[in-house]
Ligand binder design. Structure first.
Ligand SMILES: [Zn+2]
Length: 471
C-alpha cells in the first residue's frame, strides 16, 4: 500500500553526518525532542530511526518497538521486533501489530494476532471494534488523491465507489485547515461491516471505516466523508501531542475532549455548525438529565460509558461540551488548542496542559456546561417542527417492542429518537435495519408496562415531541 506520492517537504539529506553514534537513551531523547513537532520533523525522525536500525541489531529497539511502527519504511522491522517480544507485548501494541500486518497485506499474520487478542479478552473490553477488519479485501479500483488513498472492500463495490466519490473536497478542506500538519499519505479503508471503526494510532495515517450501515444516498455519503475529516483531525493532533501524550489514567478525559473536538471540526466541514450545535445540546440534555452516568464517569471512564451506551449520542454529548468551550473562549482560542502545545514547554501532562490553556479544571468546566444544558433543557434555539410523520407499534411480545416510523429526515435510532416511559425514564433503543440513517425505518426497545410513551426527536436544529399511547 505504498504510494509514489510525495510532498514538497525537504529530503533527509541534512541528516548526513548529523547523528553521531548514539546509545538507546540518547536516541530516544533525540527522537522525543524531534517528535514535539512530528510532521515538520518527519524526514529527520524517519532517517534517524533508519540509521539506528542500520547501525544496531533489532534488539536495540526492545521496549521502544513503537518507534518502528511510526514509519511505513520501518514496518517490517516493527513486526519482527514485536514478534520477538510477543509474550510481554502490551495489548495496545498487539492491536497495532494486527493493523500493521493488514497495512502490509499480510492477512495470515493479521488473523493470527487477532486470534491472540481474542484469547487475551480484548473483545470484552472493546466489543465489536476489530470485528471483520481482518476480512478486508480491497478492490483494485481506488481513490488516489495527493494525500489520501482510499480503498473499499470488493464485496461493497457499488457503495464503496459512491462513498469515496467526493474525497477531493476532503483533501481541499484538510489542506486548507492544517497545511502540512497532517500525514503526507493517508489511507482510508472501507470495510464491509457495521460498528465502531479502528485506526492505527502509531502509524497514525490509516483508518478502517465500517461502512455497512451506509446507503447509496447523498446524506450518507456526506456523513461518511465528514467522519473521514473527523479521523484526520485525530491524525493532525499527533503533530503536537507527543510531549504530553495522555498517560493511561488520562486517556478517558483526553478522549472525551478529543472526540467532541473532532466532531466540532466535522460540523465545520459540513458547514452546519449552528445546526449541529443545537442538535448536540439537545442530545446532551437527554443524556445528562437521564443520569445514565455521572459527569465524572464520562471524564474518567469514557470507554466504559461509550461501550455501555453504544446506541446513545455520546459523541454528540461530548461535542456539546466543545461548543460550550467555543462560547466561553471563542473560536480562535479553541481552534488553536493543539498547535499551542509547544507554547507551554513547562507542562508535563495532558491534564496539566488543558488546565493551563483554559485556566480551569476540566471537571469544573464540565459542571458549568451541564448546568447550562439542564437549565436550557438542551438548546433554546431548537425549532419545533414535525419530523416524524407516522409512528406505530408493529410488533410486541414479552421481551421486545418494535416500532415503525416514517420521517422527513434520515434518522438514526438512539441518536435522533429518544423514548421515555410514563415516568420519564429514558429507554434504550436500537435500530432494527442494518442501515443507520432511515426515513422509513424500525426501532426496537425492551417491552415495558407503561401506558404511554413520550417521544423526543432531534434532527439538526429541529425537534419534535409527541406522546404515543400503548393500548
Ligand atoms: Zn474520533
Amino acid at each position: 500500500m505504498f504510494t509514489s506520492t510525495s510532498t514538497a517537504r525537504s529530503s533527509g539529506s541534512q541528516e548526513k553526518g548529523e547523528n553521531k553514534i548514539m546509545d538507546k537513551k540518547e536516541f530516544y531523547n533525540k527522537f522525543s525532542l524531534l517528535s514535539r513537532n512530528f510532521y515538520d520533523n518527519y524526514n529527520r525522525l524517519e532517517n534517524l530511526t533508519k540509521q539506528m536500525l542500520a547501525e544496531n541489531e533489532l534488539d536495540f529497539f526492545k521496549g521502544i518497538e513503537h518507534i518502528l511502527g511510526r514509519f511505513e519504511s520501518t514496518l517490517p522491522e516493527f513486526c519482527t521486533a514485536c514478534e520477538n517480544n510477543i509474550e510481554n507485548l502490551h495489548q495496545i501494541l498487539l492491536v497495532i501489530l494486527f493493523l500493521t500486518y493488514l497495512h502490509l497485506n499480510d492477512n495470515i499474520s493479521a488473523k493470527r494476532i487477532r486470534k491472540l487478542l481474542r484469547k487475551k479478552g480484548y473483545d470484552e473490553d472493546f466489543p465489536t471494534l476489530l470485528e471483520k477488519v481482518e476480512d478486508f479485501k480491497p478492490n483494485d479500483d481506488k481513490y488516489h488523491g495527493k494525500i489520501i488513498t482510499a480503498q473499499y472492500d470488493k464485496r461493497i463495490e457499488k457503495l464503496g465507489k459512491f462513498l469515496i466519490s467526493d474525497f477531493d473536497k476532503v483533501e481541499q478542506f484538510i489542506k486548507k485547515k492544517w497545511g502540512n500538519q497532517i500525514p503526507r499519505n493517508i489511507y482510508i479503508n472501507l470495510v464491509d461491516s457495521v460498528g465502531p471503526s479502528p485506526f492505527n494510532s502509531l502509524l497514525n495515517c490509516e483508518a478502517y471505516f465500517k461502512v455497512g450501515h451506509y446507503k447509496n444516498a447523498g446524506f450518507d455519503r456526506d456523513t461518511f466523508t465528514s467522519y473521514v475529516v473527523h479521523e484526520i483531525m485525530h491524525f493532525h493532533e499527533t503533530s503536537y501531542l507527543f510531549r504530553i501524550f495522555p498517560k493511561y489514567n488520562e486517556r478517558s478525559s483526553y478522549k472525551f475532549f478529543d472526540e467532541g473536538y473532532a466532531e466540532w471540526i466535522r460540523a465545520e466541514y459540513i458547514n452546519k455548525k449552528k445546526e449541529y450545535r443545537i442538535y448536540a445540546d439537545n442530545c446532551a440534555y437527554h443524556m445528562l438529565k437521564s443520569n445514565l452516568f455521572e459527569l465524572n464517569d464520562i471524564k474518567d471512564k469514557w470507554f466504559k460509558v461509550m461501550f455501555d451506551y453504544l446506541n446513545c449520542p455520546i459523541y454528540e454529548t461530548a461535542t456539546s461540551f466543545t461548543f460550550f468551550l467555543e462560547d466561553k473562549y471563542g473560536y480562535d482560542k479553541l481552534d488553536s488548542f493543539w498547535k499551542s502545545i509547544p507554547k507551554y514547554p513547562q507542562v508535563q501532562s495532558w491534564s496539566e496542559y488543558l488546565k493551563l490553556y483554559f485556566g480551569e479544571d476540566l471537571i469544573d468546566l464540565m459542571t458549568e456546561w451541564k448546568e447550562i444544558i439542564i437549565n436550557n433543557k438542551g438548546s433554546k434555539k431548537s425549532i419545533s417542527k414535525e419530523i416524524i410523520t407516522h409512528f406505530e407499534i408493529e410488533h410486541t411480545d414479552n421481551e421486545n417492542m418494535v416500532f415503525h416510523y416514517t420521517s422527513k429526515y434520515p434518522l438514526w435510532a438512539g441518536h435522533n429518537i429518544f423514548i421515555y416511559n410514563d415516568e420519564m425514564k429514558l429507554q434504550m433503543i436500537d435500530k432494527v435495519e442494518k442501515y443507520r440513517f432511515q426515513k422509513d425505518g424500525h426501532l426496537k426497545m425492551k417491552s415495558i408496562p407503561s401506558g404511554k410513551l413520550n417521544i423526543a426527536v432531534c434532527f439538526l436544529q429541529y425537534n419534535h415531541n409527541f406522546e404515543y399511547l400503548l393500548s
